[in-house]
Every structure is written in C-alpha cells, then in structure tokens.
Design a protein around this ligand. Structure first.
Ligand code: CAA
Length: 389
C-alpha cells in the first residue's frame, strides 16, 4: 500500500491500531457471527472503548477528536476483517454522531453524542419507510405538535434501520407538515427506552448478517420539543447532508471488502497449481488481478478525496455531495466486481463456506444498495453537474 502525504503519524497509528484489533479480535469470529446472525455486542463495546465509535467527536465530548480521514482508515481496516462490524461503526460515527455534531446544539451533542462516542450506547439513523426508500421524502409517518407546544406526538413505522434492535438512541426523520412535502420533514432525537417506541420485524439478510436491522414502530411516542434536531421543516436537508457523510463511510467499507478479496486472491494465485503451474502465471488470472488491483486503488483515491473534502467542509460548510457520491458509487461497484472475480479465481473454494470469499461477495452487495443505491448515486452526481444543486 502507498503512503499518502496527507496522512499524519497520528493517522497511521490509528490505522495500525484498527488493523491490529480487526485482525486479532474480529477476523477470527467473523464467520461464526455471519453464520449465526448474532450481533457482536462484545466487540462493539470493545471498539467503543478503543475510541472507534467516536473518531471525529472532540475529546471534550468523549471522542478521540480526529478527522474524516482517520475515520475512513479505521473503517477500511474493520471492514477488511468483517463488513458487519464495519456497518455498526459507520452508522455510529457518521450517520448518528456526525449528524448531531453538525446540526445539534452544544447541549444535544453532550447529551446524545457522548454516550455513543464512548461506546456506552448504540446509535441509529432512521429515514426509510416500508413505502419510501429511494424516494426518501415521500414518508407516511407523522409527528404532530401537542396543544401545549411541549411535545411532538409521533406515529408510524420506519424500516431497514441498521442497529435498531440494539440502538439506545436514534435520529428519526418524520413528517410534521405533510402539505409542504420534503420541506415539511423534521429530524428528532429518539430515546428508545421511552414509552411509545417498539421494534418490529428483524430483517433476515443476504449479507452483513451480524449487523442487526429491523423496523421500528412509533405509537403515540411523546418527543419533547428540545429533541428536535435543527429546525422544524429542515429534516430532509439534514437527512441528505448526513447521508453525504455516511456515504463516505460506506465507500470505505466497500474498499475494505474489496481489499480483503484482492489480498486473498493474490495469495491463492501464488499458491494454487493447475496444469503444472501456479494459477497466477496464467494470463487470464493475471488480467483479473490487474483489473481488481487498479479498481481498488482508484476507489481508495476517491474515498480519501471525499474524506479530505469532508475535513475542509468542516470549516467552510461546503456541501460534499459530489465527492461522497462518487466515492460511494465507484467503491461499491468495485467491491461487487472484485468479490465476484475473487470467487471465480478461487473456483469451488470461492463458493465454499470454508473460505471467506463467499461472505465478501454477499457483503459487497449491500454497499450498492444502502445509503442510496448506485442508481441514486448516479442521479445525484449527474444533478450536481447539471443543476448546480
Ligand atoms: N445536502 C443538503 N441539501 C440537500 C442535499 C444534500 N446532499 N440533497 C438535496 N438537498 C436539498 C435540495 O437542495 C432541495 O432543497 P430545496 O428544498 O431548497 O429545494 C431539497 O433537499 C430536495 O432535494 P431534491 O429535489 O434533490 O430531492 P428529491 O426528492 O429529488 O430526492 C434524492 C433526492 C437524491 C433522490 C434523495 O431522496 C436520496 O438521496 N434518496 C436516497 C435515500 C437514501 O439514501 N436512503 C438510505 C437511507 S439510510 C439506510 O440505508 C439504512 C441505514 O440504517 C444505514
């Protein structure tokens, strides 16, 4: 791997710490958790203790006070060992913590971010509903301000909420003024221990099986007005801006999966023999490895560029929509391409559960779907170019 000039000693130290933890504590149990679909709660707590759940959160608020580059380095290392662990780290750091840090008040950051950044609590982000996925603004759930003006009463069902079965805190997006369409959506901070909140069906998934995903149900949940994130009606923009951050996380998760599949393929090509020679000496395998390596490194550059733009945007407030969507699109398409080729290079062993290749292949697929499908990323990128949004 190359050393990038903008990575400081602190960055590489954190990267080394993440790699060591991932290879020692995550990689050996990844297959077991994938098989059982159990949530790796012990490792989640340990990652919290190591600071991996509050990478960009200032030390005063319980985090390690580093930047988005540090975050993507950790994400790649964790996801190389297991994408399910990567999903949990990503949602806590970018969708939950970052969302509140950008749009919350100082009090909200202290109360809602610190427990997640220190690993004592688990965060989630809830936008999708059974009838609205890509068309995120078209939601049926509702929040109505009570007559006293003290609480919003929330009702409705949200779906595909990552970490929801274990989440203590959730950023929720729901409709407060339906006639205003996307301008009538508000973001709320939800405490899952309160009455009126419950969990619905858990999703049985193809990949990232150890990351828990479920519906959440609001039945007259009373949310104090102090728990509105940002201003009423600003929810859609908050959701989109936070997804810009989240998409960098998913891009680095995809990069980690692809790197793991590439590393395994190179090792196998040097070791496995067919027709009297190592398969890595065959031109058809060489062609595959060359394509895989080039796409992985191109993904890495896009991921680092997007992370760097996020670092700059912290001061300038600029939108990072374009670099984030390009990184997510390219890295997730690469993860699918590379893991498909990796299974092919391994032949029968690639298809067997005795090796992790089939898990990489199943895990890669979600990166093309969640936090905006590849089709949505292409739409976002093209709109940035043509409509100056
Ligand atoms: N940052 C800030 N504002 C933004 C923005 C961004 N990135 N993107 C759009 N906006 C603003 C626009 O400027 C516009 O503002 P005005 O009201 O002032 O005009 C407003 O939001 C509406 O924007 P659009 O007209 O572009 O909205 P749209 O309805 O056409 O939808 C979309 C745009 C890109 C398709 C969006 O709906 C989208 O990203 N869909 C995919 C949703 C998604 O990623 N879901 C995944 C959820 S999380 C998950 O996967 C599960 C999990 O737990 C991890």
């Amino acid at each position: 791997m190359y050393t990038f000039p903008f990575l400081s000693e602190e960055h590489t130290m954190l990267q080394d710490a993440a790699r060591e933890f991932a290879q020692k504590e995550i990689a050996p149990v990844a297959e077991k958790f994938d098989h059982s679909g159990e949530f790796p709660i012990k490792n989640v707590r340990k990652m919290g203790e190591l600071g991996f759940m509050g990478i960009e959160v200032p030390e005063d608020y319980g985090g390690v006070g580093m930047d988005t580059l540090a975050y993507v380095l950790v994400m790649e290392e964790i996801s190389k060992a297991d994408a399910s662990h990567g999903t949990i780290v990503s949602v806590n750091n970018s969708l939950y913590n970052k969302g509140i840090m950008i749009f919350g008040t100082d009090e909200q950051v202290r109360e809602w971010v610190t427990p997640v950044a220190t690993g004592q609590a688990i965060g989630a982000y809830s936008l999708t509903e059974p009838m609205s996925g890509s068309d995120a603004g078209n939601m049926a759930s509702r929040a109505v301000l009570n007559d006293a003006g003290t609480h919003y009463i929330i009702n409705g069902i949200k779906s595909w909420v990552t970490s929801a079965p274990y989440a203590d805190r959730i950023i929720l997006f729901t409709m407060t003024e339906p006639e205003k369409r996307h301008r009538g959506i508000t973001a709320f901070l939800i405490d899952t221990s309160q009455a009126g909140f419950s969990r619905g069906k858990t999703e049985p998934k193809l990949g990232i099986r150890a990351s828990a995903t479920s519906e959440i149900i609001f039945d007259n949940y009373e949310c104090p007005v102090e728990c509105v994130l940002g201003q009423p009606g600003e929810g859609f923009k908050i959701a989109m801006a936070v997804l810009d951050q989240g998409r960098i996380g998913i891009a680095s998760q995809a990069l980690g999966i692809a790197q793991a599949a590439l590393d395994a393929s190179v090792a196998y090509a040097k070791e496995r023999e067919a027709f009297g020679q190592k398969i890595g000496q065959f031109q058809m395998i060489q062609h595959k490895l060359a394509e895989m390596k080039t796409r992985v490194e191109a993904s890495r550059l896009l991921v680092y560029q997007a992370a760097y733009e996020a670092v700059l945007a912290k001061k300038s407030g600029a939108r990072i929509t374009l670099p984030a969507s390009m990184a997510k699109l390219y890295a997730s398409e690469t993860a699918m391409y590379v893991t498909t080729e990796a299974v092919q290079i391994h032949g029968g062993m690639g298809y067997s559960k005795e090796m992790p290749l089939e898990r990489y292949f199943r895990d890669a697929k979600i990166t093309q779907i969640y936090e905006g499908t590849s089709e949505i990323q292409r739409m976002v990128i093209a709109r940035q170019l043509t409509e100056l949004r």
